[in-house]
Ligand binder design. Structure first.
Ligand code: NAP
Ligand code: F7E
Length: 331
C-alpha cells in the first residue's frame, strides 16, 4: 500500500519540490490549495499527469490554514501517514505590514493543524513536519547556530514561526505525537518566489543581459545569509519523518555570504558588473534586520545522514542559468 502524505503549501517553492520527491518515492500525495482569482499552480503544473487516470498520485484539495473545520475534515477523510506543514505568509518584510495575518497563518495556523490531528483521531499513526526557520535566531546569540542556540526573533514572521515551533514540541510532549521541527536556513532555487532577494537578483541579471531591464533596486546589501538549494532541503524534511524518534534539526550549509557576494556570483555568470546596475531603495529596508545567519548541520549529518551539496556560487549560477533559459524560451 502506498503511503499517504499531505502537504500544506504545495504550490510554493518547497511544497513543489517535496511533491516531486514523494511522488518519485511512490507516495500518494495530497496538497492543500487556496482559492485564488488567478491560477497559482505554475510550480506543480508539470505534475498534472499525476492528477488523473488509473495511476493517480496527486490530489489537490481546497483548504486554508485559517479554516480549521476544513483541516479536521481533510485529515479525517485522508488519514495521512505524513503531514508536512509548509504553508505560510513567508515574506519577512511583508510580515511587518500584515503582522496580524502573518501570526494567524504562520503561528495559529500550525496550531490548527496540530489540533486537527488530535481531533481527527490520527495522532497515533501520523508523522508531522513543521517548517521552522533560521529567522527564529534573529539577533543571533551564538555563531554558528545549532538546535540548542537560544532564539531572538526580529520580525512578526519570526515570532509567529517561534510559536509554531514551540507548539510542535508541546504537542509532541503532550500527546506523544511524532512531530519534528525542521529549522531550515535560507534555501533557494529557480522556483524561489520572485520577491526574495536571490531570485530578484537572478531574474534581474538575466533581464539586464537581455537588454530588457537597466536597474535593480535593492535594500540592505550587508546582511549575511546561509543559502542552500531547496531541492536538497526537502530530502532532509522527508528524512526527519523516517527516524525511530522525532526530533528537531537544523538544515544549513555552514557557510555565510553577504547580498553583495550573491550579486557578484550572479552577475559575473553573465559577465556583468552589478555596480553598474544596482540602486538603493530605502523602502526595501526592514524595521529590524537579521544581520548574520550561519547554521551548523552536524546533528542532521549525524542522525539523518543529510548533507548539503550545492553552495552559494553554484546555486547563484544554476538560478541565473534557469532565468536566462526561461527568458529566451528554452527552458
Ligand atoms: P512559499 O514559496 O512562500 O510558499 C508558501 C506556500 O504557502 C504557498 O503554497 C502558499 O499558497 C501557501 N499558503 C500561504 N498562505 C496560506 C494559507 N492561508 N492557507 C494555505 N496555504 C497558504 O514558501 P517556501 O519558500 O516554499 O517555504 C515553505 C515553508 O518553509 C514556509 O512555511 C516558510 O515560511 C518556511 N521556510 C522557508 C525557508 C526558505 O528559505 N525558503 C526557510 C525556512 C523556513 P499560494 O501559492 O496560494 O500563495
Ligand atoms: O532577504 C536583504 C534583506 O527576503 C534576505 C524567507 O524564505 O528565509 C527568507 O527570509 C536579505 C535580508 O529572505 C532586498 O534585508 C536586500 O537581509 O530573501 P529575503 P529572508 O528575509 O532571509 C528565511 C529563512 C525564511 O524563513 C523566510 O520565509 O536580503 N535584501 N534587498 C532584500 N530582501 C528582499 N526580499 N528584497 C530586496 O530587495
Amino acid at each position: 500500500m502506498a503511503k499517504i502524505a499531505l502537504i500544506t503549501g504545495i504550490t510554493g517553492q518547497d511544497g513543489s519540490y517535496l511533491a516531486d520527491l514523494l511522488i518519485e518515492k511512490g507516495y500518494h500525495v495530497h496538497g492543500i490549495v487556496r482559492r485564488s482569482s488567478s491560477m497559482n499552480r505554475a510550480r506543480i503544473d508539470h505534475l498534472q499527469r499525476h492528477e488523473h487516470g488509473a495511476d493517480q498520485r496527486l490530489w489537490l484539495h481546497y483548504g486554508d490554514l485559517a479554516d480549521s473545520v476544513s483541516l479536521v475534515k481533510l485529515l479525517y477523510q485522508l488519514q495521512p501517514d505524513e503531514i508536512y506543514n509548509l504553508a505560510a505568509q513567508s515574506h519577512v518584510r511583508v510580515s511587518f505590514d500584515i503582522p496580524e495575518y502573518t501570526a494567524d497563518i504562520v503561528g495559529v495556523g500550525a496550531g490548527r493543524i496540530l489540533e486537527a490531528i488530535i481531533e481527527s483521531g490520527i495522532g497515533k499513526k501520523v508523522r508531522f513536519y513543521q517548517a521552522s526557520s533560521s529567522e527564529m535566531f534573529g539577533k543571533v546569540q551564538a555563531v554558528p547556530q545549532t538546535e540548542t542556540t537560544p532564539f531572538y526573533p526580529r520580525s512578526p514572521y519570526a515570532c509567529a514561526k517561534l510559536m509554531a515551533h514551540w507548539l510542535t514540541i508541546n504537542y509532541r510532549e503532550s500527546y506523544n505525537l511524532y512531530a519534528c521541527s525542521g529549522i531550515l536556513f535560507n534555501h533557494e532555487s529557480p522556483r524561489r518566489g520572485e520577491s526574495f532577494v536571490t531570485r530578484k537578483i537572478t531574474i534581474a541579471a538575466a533581464r539586464i543581459k537581455a537588454g530588457r531591464q537597466k536597474d535593480l533596486y535593492l535594500g540592505n546589501l550587508d546582511s549575511k545569509r546561509d543559502w542552500g538549494y531547496a531541492k536538497e532541503y526537502v530530502e532532509g524534511m522527508w528524512r526527519m519523518l523516517q527516524q525511530e524518534q522525532p526530533g528537531d534539526y537544523v538544515l544549513a550549509t555552514n557557510e555565510t555570504h553577504t547580498i553583495r557576494d550573491f550579486l557578484d556570483a550572479a552577475f559575473s555568470r553573465l559577465n556583468l558588473d552589478w555596480h553598474d546596475h544596482v540602486k538603493f531603495d530605502e523602502r526595501l529596508l526592514r524595521p529590524a534586520e537579521v544581520d548574520l545567519l550561519i547554521g551548523d548541520y552536524a546533528k542532521a549529518k549525524r542522525e539523518l545522514g543529510w548533507e548539503p551539496q550545492t553552495r552559494m556560487q553554484a546555486l547563484a549560477e544554476l538560478m541565473v542559468d534557469a532565468d536566462r533559459a526561461a527568458l529566451s524560451g528554452t527552458s
